[in-house]
Design a protein around this ligand. Structure first.
Ligand code: SAM
Length: 275
């Protein structure tokens, strides 16, 4: 009988954020697939968990993934963890879950913190609709192309960024979006946790003078919803003329143009007569 694949969230800084259920699961499984076994060993040592591990990262996920699934199909249970936060979110795991699903292996999530959602909650920006964009490409062309697809997106945007690329990214965001509001969430759950709520110009000014340090999530305000353009009386009359050319009587055309534009039928009709 097949075992189970557990997808286990781990802390993004503060070890107390490892849930009791995650501890129980890591203790109970037969083996752990870890992004970096040295990083996970520190976590396991802290909780006095002794468990065999296999490394599972972006460079070996193809062959290692099938080997892990074969072991689970043969009856073992496994947990997949990344260095920090939820596996599968800008971290290995997605591929393994897909392989598990294809092989009919049961999957169970043990939820933990994710930097993206934690930062969004502290951002002070709209949380009702958001779009997770992960890391922007290091290739400038691809990065700008990515940003171009977001120009009219009204959702709050979430980006991960490394400190040494932060200033370049802030400039690219400013060039693409104009001066939008941004919250820079740094070192969440750690001693130097900080949220800088400013705008892109303010952020650029700040980090032009001060070297960014630590881990950052950038929460960027979405585009302002486009306000529908108000129709003028001239445009309403032109619409009525179009409808007349299409075969409607003058009075019916005025009525329909009024319904479409919000002007009174009498206003449009009078303008048509005066024309
Ligand atoms: N899987 C992780 C998750 O669920 O959040 C994300 C892993 S991704 C490789 C690492 C990025 O997440 C960092 O570069 C940073 O942008 C963000 N991050 C991780 N921990 C963070 C923290 N404590 N504070 C702020 N950002 C963090």
């Amino acid at each position: 009988m097949s075992g189970i694949l557990y997808v286990v969230g781990t802390p993004i800084g503060n070890l107390s954020d490892l849930s009791p259920r995650a501890v129980d699961t890591l203790r109970a499984v037969d083996f752990i697939a870890a992004e970096d076994t040295r990083v996970t060993l520190k976590l396991l040592n802290h909780f006095e968990i002794k468990k065999p591990m296999v490394s599972y990262h972006e460079h070996n996920l193809r062959e290692r993934g099938s080997a892990i699934i074969s072991r689970i199909l043969a009856g073992e249970t496994a947990a997949v963890v990344s260095d920090a936060g939820m596996p599968c979110i800008s971290d290995p795991g997605e591929d393994l879950v897909r392989l598990a699903a294809e092989a009919g292996v049961p999957t169970v999530v043990i939820p933990g913190p994710s930097a993206a959602v934690s930062a969004l909650c502290l951002s002070g920006l709209s949380t009702s609709r958001f779009s997770f964009e992960g890391f922007l490409s290091t290739n400038r062309h691809n990065r700008l192309e990515h940003l171009n697809t977001l120009l009219h997106d009204t959702h709050t945007l979430i980006f991960y960024e490394a400190p040494h690329k932060l200033l370049t990214t802030l400039h690219d965001l400013r060039d693409a979006f104009g001066n939008r509001r941004i919250s820079l969430c740094r070192e969440l759950t750690k001693i130097h946790e900080e949220v800088i709520r400013t705008d892109l110009d303010g952020a650029i000014e700040l980090f032009s003078e001060k070297t960014p340090k630590g881990e950052f999530v950038l929460i960027v305000e979405g585009a302002s919803p486009e306000v529908p353009k108000e129709t003028t009386l001239d445009e309403a009359v032109s619409r009525a003329k179009e409808l007349m050319e299409a075969g409607l009587k003058q009075t019916d055309a005025a009525k329909q143009a009024a319904a479409e534009t919000g002007f009174k039928k009498s206003e449009i009709y009078a303008a048509l007569l005066a024309d």
